[in-house]
Each structure stands twice: as C-alpha cells, then as structure tokens.
Design a protein around this ligand. Structure first.
Ligand SMILES: CC(C)(COP(=O)(O)OP(=O)(O)OC[C@H]1O[C@@H](n2cnc3c(N)ncnc32)[C@H](O)[C@@H]1OP(=O)(O)O)[C@@H](O)C(=O)NCCC(=O)NCCS
Length: 186
C-alpha cells in the first residue's frame, strides 16, 4: 500500500492560478508544486520525463519496445504536440525542477457515436521521489479544467494492464475500466 507520509489535509489543496504561466498549485509538506503548460523551451524536459516513463515499462509488450533513436523521434513528436492548439503538455515543478508531466488532448470520437469529441490523457509520469504527494492528482485536476473549458464532457485514457500502481491511481481519480486492448504477435 502507498504511504501518505507527512502530507496531510490542507497541505494537499490544489489551487487554479492565473499568473506567469502557472495554471495550478499544490502545497505539500516538501514545498509548493506548480503546474504549467509546456512551451518550446521545455522540449528536453519533456523528452527526459516521457522517455523515463517508457523505460519504466520495459516489460510491457507495447511500451517496452523502444526504438534506438527514441529521443530523436520524441523531439520531433513533442515539438508538434507543444505547438498543437488542441492539446496541452503539462509540466509539474518544485523548486524550478520538473517532477512530473501529463498530456491532454481533444480527440474526435467515432462519427457514429456520442460524444463527438472527448478529452484524452496520456504520458502521465511523476518522478519516483515525488510520488504519493498528489502531483498526478494536481495534473489531472488541470486536465479536467482544460477539457471543461472546451465543452468536453468525457475524458479517456489507456493504461498498462500490468501496472498495479497506475490502476490504483486511475481508480482513485475516478477513471473506470470500460474496454480491454488485446494483441496477438504474428
Ligand atoms: C502512477 C503515477 C503517475 C502516480 O503519481 P502520484 O503523483 O504518485 O499520484 P498521486 O500522489 O497524485 O495519487 C493520486 C491517487 O492515486 C492513488 N495512488 C497513488 N500511488 C499509489 C500507490 N503506490 N498505491 C496505491 N494507490 C496509489 C492514491 O489513491 C491517490 O489518491 P489520494 O490522493 O486520494 O490518496 C506515478 O506512480 C508514476 O509516475 N508511475 C510510473 C509511470 C506510470 O505508471 N504512469 C501511468 C501510466 S498509465
């Protein structure tokens, strides 16, 4: 089970802000955590955090098959994502050091189904030393606000079926399992 450590009650409050790029703030026992939307200058930070996320899933049949030039490919991909008006790459920081990230995007649904558009969350990662303090919850809080501000009424994500911590976190944050991804190697 996760330990909550010395973080308690009011110290976990997350507040939306409107200044200097910071969109949300969380006060923890080990200092304030701020969340902001990544800009071009954050490219290397995003590469570091999101490749670290993939490397933590080395045993996954999907996320474990990293290309040799993953960092170079990531730079190209994340440059596009940072510039895309239909998504936001969020970065959580403490003492000017990046400790977590999450990407949220507006996605088109099937033309046969409702809703026509929904929010999609991906690349959720918190560095090991900052886990269990509410950083993911704060990133998700902002992703929910971002989706609501666009009139979206649903948010979805994929998570690794073998990752028990991620499953517990998503359940705690109100995301229920509605579908399973099956694969078969040919
Ligand atoms: C999963 C991950 C993002 C959680 O980040 P975090 O900042 O530690 O999560 P939070 O502290 O915001 O916790 C949010 C909720 O998740 C649950 N949770 C978090 N860690 C948990 C753990 N180790 N065991 C059980 N539940 C846990 C808690 O119930 C918590 O709710 P609470 O605040 O009401 O207690 C982090 O562990 C991580 O980066 N893991 C590796 C990458 C990964 O698996 N990403 C998800 C890919 S789908």
């Amino acid at each position: 089970m996760r330990e909550h450590g010395s973080v308690s009650g009011p110290a976990r409050r997350s507040t939306p802000l409107r200044k200097s790029g910071v969109v949300r703030r969380l006060d923890t026992a080990t200092g304030a955590v701020t969340v902001r939307v990544a800009q071009g200058a954050d490219l290397e930070t995003l590469v570091r955090l999101r490749v670290a996320l993939l490397r933590e899933h080395a045993d996954s049949p999907i996320y474990g098959r990293l290309r040799r030039d993953v960092e170079d490919r990531a730079r190209l991909l994340f440059t596009q994502q940072i510039a895309d008006a239909d998504e936001a790459c969020l970065i959580a920081e403490r003492d000017d050091t990046a400790i977590g990230c999450l990407r949220v995007s507006e996605t088109r649904g099937s033309p046969l189904l409702l809703p026509a558009r929904y929010g999609y969350v991906a690349s959720a990662y918190v560095v090991p030393e900052a886990r269990g303090e509410g950083v993911l919850r704060t990133l998700v809080d902002h992703a929910l606000s971002w989706c609501r501000s666009r009139g979206l009424v649903e948010i979805r994500l994929h998570s690794d079926a073998t990752n028990g911590v991620a499953a517990a976190a998503w359940e705690a944050l109100g995301f229920t399992v509605v579908e399973l991804l099956r694969h078969r190697i040919l």
